[in-house]
Design a protein around this ligand. Structure first.
Ligand SMILES: [Zn+2]
Ligand SMILES: [Zn+2]
Length: 252
């Protein structure tokens, strides 16, 4: 087994090796300095008008859709009225702004794992204070279809959930649900088509007994909630008492 200093030297060597591949420059603007611990996104890009915007109240009590303007008290939006959502509520860390979506796309589709600390940082900042101290039994990442997993080589939802598991002590659970239908991209579909498209996309794995458990479904982006709701429905049918959702970004 390696001693601690040896381990630190090993980490430093890895950092240096990464530094050769990615000089410490922001991967969005290519101008400002940015470190690996920041996911190579500089402070200037973070604070741009289309940069990082954390979601603050008011938002829909059910699906977390931010509401621009003044509102007092609890309210639910039109998105929730149209869809029969299986989770009790969904929350997201930040708005799906250009900077955030740019990072998510490169992370997922260009295998840009060096951008991951930027995304986990956003999720942890918002979700950890909300989840810590709650009696949650498991973090369930939205599974990828095996074909998609082969082409992408990693499940972004699982990696984000793993970071949240480390920060909160809530167990990461990847053995309960699987994606059995290849659904393709949903971007061209309407809200109700998305709901229809997700029907039967997920199945329980080896009949899990989730009786009485309180679970959190994790994904990178939530738009209508059709995908996360389909996962929540499977978990509820397997006995889960409550299922909520957390994602990094919230689109509209
Ligand atoms: Zn930048
Ligand atoms: Zn809503």
């Amino acid at each position: 087994m390696k001693s601690q200093p040896a381990l630190r030297r090993f980490h430093a060597a890895v950092q240096n090796a990464l530094g050769l591949v990615f000089p410490n420059v922001c991967q969005l603007c290519g101008e400002q300095r940015a470190e690996s611990s920041e996911g190579y996104v500089c402070a200037a890009c973070w604070h741009r008008p289309d940069g990082v915007r954390f979601i603050r109240e008011p938002f829909c009590d059910r699906c977390g859709l931010p509401y621009e303007g003044e509102i007092t008290g609890v309210f639910q939006c039109g998105n929730c009225a149209e869809l029969d959502l299986a989770f009790s509520h969904a929350r997201s860390a930040v708005h799906a702004t250009r900077v955030v979506m740019d990072v998510i796309h490169r992370y997922k589709y260009s295998h840009a794992l060096f951008l991951e600390p930027f995304l986990t940082d956003l999720l942890l900042r918002a979700a950890v204070p909300e989840l810590k101290g709650g009696s949650w039994d498991g973090l369930v990442p939205v599974p990828l279809h095996p074909t998609r997993l082969r082409e992408r080589e990693f499940n972004q939802a699982e990696r984000l959930a793993a970071a949240l598991a480390t920060a909160t002590g809530i167990p990461l659970e990847t053995g309960w649900i699987e994606r059995t239908r290849f659904t393709g991209t949903q971007t061209a579909l309407t809200r109700s088509q998305r709901g229809e498209n997700m029907r039967g996309a997920f199945k329980p794995k080896e009949k899990p007994n989730l009786k009485g458990l309180r679970l959190i479904v994790i994904d990178d982006v939530l738009t209508t909630g059709a995908t996360t709701s389909a996962c929540a429905a499977v978990l509820r049918r397997a006995g889960a008492e409550e299922v909520i959702v957390w994602t990094v970004a919230r689109g509209t």
